[in-house]
Write a new protein. Structure first.
Length: 253
């Protein structure tokens, strides 16, 4: 079986594939000070009995302090070097950005999976610590995209900078017009975020001169994407699928 791991700023998402079938997935807390030993223990605990069946691993990371620790942890679990999503690996994409090496690994992984599953042109919206919109054409050109603060980050910043505003959870309020402070903040974070993404997609389509397929993923996609005026696919396992595809494309035949 194949272990796929995506290290993000807030969460580590892991999954196990048997062939092309996702057998299970887990979301774990991401801590920048985590050691390889801690990382390995965390993964073993999540995988349980499946840990002994892992034959290979692939990893993407956007957290530099955890990249090497994660690599070492996977090497111990699997007994061989994991495939790392780094500049130069075979993706099947043509990276058309000014500095291809600066593009986050998770953004490339998502673009690979979206193009394979849904075709292009597509906009992949990843609702995480940051909300990212990535644009890929039908010909497999990755054009770049948009990065903005995620809904949770926005709420946290508001509570820090505005003394009288509390930190609230990301629960959907009963209506757009909040009847109390907490629901007003929730509405701004969730409905406001959905409206922002709707507007960005509209501007991207105007710039491209064509309609796009909208694919939503990420930790808060399940609550924000349904509030958008238009979304074609909500795919919570898009990144895991992209990691599997990259492993296939970079493994010796």
């Amino acid at each position: 079986m194949l272990l796929v791991v995506d290290i993000g700023n807030t969460q580590i998402v892991a999954g196990v594939f048997a062939g092309r079938t996702l057998r299970g997935s887990w979301r774990l807390s991401s801590r920048r000070e985590m050691t390889a030993d801690e990382f390995a223990v965390l993964l073993r605990g999540a995988l349980a009995e499946a840990a002994t069946e892992i034959e290979a691993a692939v990893m993407a990371s956007v957290v530099p302090p955890l990249t090497e620790e994660g690599r070492r942890a996977l090497q111990r679990l699997v007994g061989s070097e994991p495939l790392l999503v780094v500049p130069g690996i075979r993706t099947g994409l043509k990276i058309r950005t000014d500095s291809p090496q600066e593009v986050g690994a998770d953004r490339i992984v998502n673009a690979v999976a979206a193009l394979e599953r849904y075709g292009g042109p597509a906009v992949i919206v990843d609702f995480g610590t940051a909300t990212t919109l990535d644009v890929v054409t039908a010909d497999g050109e990755y054009l770049g995209g948009v990065i903005t603060a995620g809904a949770r980050v926005g709420i946290d910043a508001l509570s820090v900078r505005a003394a009288r505003l509390p930190r609230v959870d990301l629960a959907l309020p009963p209506r757009v017009i909040g009847r109390n402070t907490m629901d007003s903040i929730r509405s701004g974070a969730l409905h406001g975020h959905a409206a922002m993404v709707d507007g960005l997609v509209e501007r991207i389509e105007e710039e491209l001169g064509s309609a796009v397929t909208i694919v939503a993923t990420g930790g808060t996609a399940g609550i924000i994407a349904p509030l958008m005026k238009r979304v074609d696919h909500i795919d919570p396992h898009l990144t895991l699928e992209g990691l599997r595809l990259l492993f296939e494309r970079n493994s010796p035949r």
